[in-house]
Design a protein around this ligand. Structure first.
Ligand SMILES: NC(=O)C1=CN([C@@H]2O[C@H](COP(=O)(O)OP(=O)(O)OC[C@H]3O[C@@H](n4cnc5c(N)ncnc54)[C@H](O)[C@@H]3O)[C@@H](O)[C@H]2O)[C@@H](O)CC1
Ligand SMILES: [K+]
Length: 480
């Protein structure tokens, strides 16, 4: 089942793969016409009631497949108010071909007549709230009529975000929905057909620009609403935690703090005035620090644990103890990964190993990315956590759902790129489900690397990625 917004992600991913929405609309329209044929004999009277969005567009396409019916096509509103180019192009095609179309200016002009079948294509996944006019009047007329009511995608008035049905929704006899069923359809007293509209499976498997649609930033948000990240890293190394923390800021987090041993804290701060550094005593993370860090972590949306911590026994012991105390979302990277298989934690972990680290954790890998995806999925299920396994094709799995990211290039084998990825994942995990955070982070950091290499060739360094992350996250072109 897919919600309306998930459908939007998949459909833009299809466009990114070369199957644009207008092509999908042609398939949808064809499927609507097939459903008409299934419920009305050739020659029967069929009235199409089209809204001004793409739901209406689907039915305007269907009209071209229904030449052997006694057809009427009603547009609710003026053609100038059609909201998308592709729906308007299909309206214009009906005009050029001189189909019998009518415009309904307002509710008082709506007259359904007495058709054998009515196609309800007023509103689909773009609805918000109860039906307004003239849709409300048209819906009441459809529901009251003797006509068979065939709804396109969802009955107008059903909100595919959560399945709620408006009081004045269309009472459909049949629904032809696209690609996958939608929330609320199974509760209706209507026959539901799911039509394949030619969206490639890859649009759901591969992370593509449609996934960026999940990113939203509330214009009314305040400092902190977009995430506070705590990076626990550093000791033997200073660059890694600084990179992760700066990447978390580039990934959209509002506040990023780094907890690090006192001797390296100043150096980490020196990399960037944007960071807040919280020093603790000693040269490396060790069990005595855990109480304070656990309290600090509880005040953050996500924890990024591992960058530059090193693998001293005391450090790994402290990592395990910290995870045992923590019940939020933590991105675990680098040396901290080795602790994960044996740790007992209520936290949601996003583990970001490369393939060697995966094997070190007890997982298996394969040169074939499809096999690797299966292996990662079953290992994620064993662990009970989300995995983002880095490679030429990154694999993200929560043990049930698995995605593959194809951005990135061989220039990114340089040191530090993993720290950037962990930081961006940490930032996104403040506002996204872990699997989406990991998928989008992999896509955007890979895309950032691709942009840098496109511009300057190989020889990129991890700091180059930082500036390239925001455009990779936020400036994808969306089509209609
Ligand atoms: N996303 C996809 O993957 C695909 C979508 N297609 C179709 O596109 C539909 C979604 O199209 P759109 O996003 O253009 O949205 P809709 O066509 O569902 O509705 C958009 C219009 O409805 C108006 N509106 C919203 N709430 C209203 C209310 N309560 N009362 C009256 N008017 C209201 C909006 O102002 C807007 O003009 C799907 O349901 C499906 O039929 C298909 O063409 C193929 C693929
Ligand atoms: K509809």
């Amino acid at each position: 089942m897919l919600t309306g917004s998930e459908m939007g992600v998949v459909d833009e991913n299809a466009a990114a793969l070369g199957v644009p929405r207008k092509q999908l609309m042609e398939s949808s329209g064809n499927a609507v016409a097939q459903a008409v044929r299934a419920h009305a004999d050739t020659g029967a009277s069929v009235t199409v009631v089209a809204g001004r969005g793409n739901n209406g567009g689907d039915a305007l396409v269907a009209a071209r497949f229904l030449d052997d019916y006694d057809l009427r096509v009603l547009l609710l509103g003026r053609p100038e108010t059609i909201t998308t180019d592709i729906a308007r192009e299909n309206w214009d095609a009906l005009q050029s071909a001189e189909y019998p179309t009518e415009q309904v200016g307002d509710a008082s002009q709506f007259a359904l007549g007495d058709p054998d079948l009515v196609v309800d294509a007023m509103l689909g996944t773009g609805i918000s709230g109860a039906l307004r006019e003239p849709e409300a009047t048209a819906a009441a007329a459809m529901t009251a009529s003797d006509a068979t009511v065939l709804s396109v995608d969802v009955p107008s008035g059903l909100d595919a975000a959560d399945g709620t049905l408006a009081d004045n929704a269309v009472d459909a006899d049949h629904v032809v929905t696209f690609h996958d069923t939608k929330p609320g359809l199974s509760d209706l007293d209507a026959g539901v057909t799911v039509a394949d509209i030619g969206i490639p499976e890859a649009a759901e498997l591969f992370v593509e620009r449609g996934d960026l649609r999940r990113l939203t930033r509330d214009p009314a948000s305040h400092k902190g609403d977009n995430g506070e990240v705590l990076v626990v890293g550093g000791g033997p190394y200073t660059g890694a935690p600084a990179l992760s923390a700066q990447a978390a800021l580039r990934g959209g987090a509002d506040l990023v703090r780094v907890a690090a041993p006192e001797p390296v804290a100043r150096e980490i701060q020196g990399y960037s005035e944007n960071l807040i550094v919280r020093p603790y005593d000693g040269d490396v993370l060790a069990p005595p620090h855990v109480d304070r860090l656990a309290d600090l972590a509880a005040d953050h949306d996500t924890l990024v644990l591992g960058p530059g911590l090193g693998d001293a026994d005391a450090t790994l012991e402290a990592v395990a103890a910290l995870l045992e105390r923590f019940d939020g979302t933590a991105v675990v990277d680098a040396d901290a990964l080795s602790v994960v298989p044996d740790v007992d934690t209520d936290a949601d972990l996003v583990c970001t190993p490369h393939q060697e680290e995966l094997v070190g954790m007890g997982g298996e890998t394969s040169d074939d990315w499809r096999e690797r995806a299966d292996l990662v999925e079953s290992f994620a299920a064993d662990l009970g956590h989300t995995l983002l396994v880095k490679g030429p094709y990154d694999v993200v799995s929560d043990g049930e759902r698995t995605r593959v990211n194809r951005t990135g290039n061989p220039g990114m084998t340089v040191g530090g790129t993993g720290d950037v990825l962990a930081g961006v994942t940490g930032a996104l995990a403040c506002v996204q489900e872990p699997r989406h955070a990991a998928s989008i982070a992999a896509y955007a950091v890979g895309g950032a690397g691709d942009a840098v290499v496109d511009e300057r060739g190989y020889g990129l360094v991890a700091t180059d990625l930082l500036d390239a992350v925001p455009p990779a996250l936020w400036s994808a072109d969306a089509d209609d």
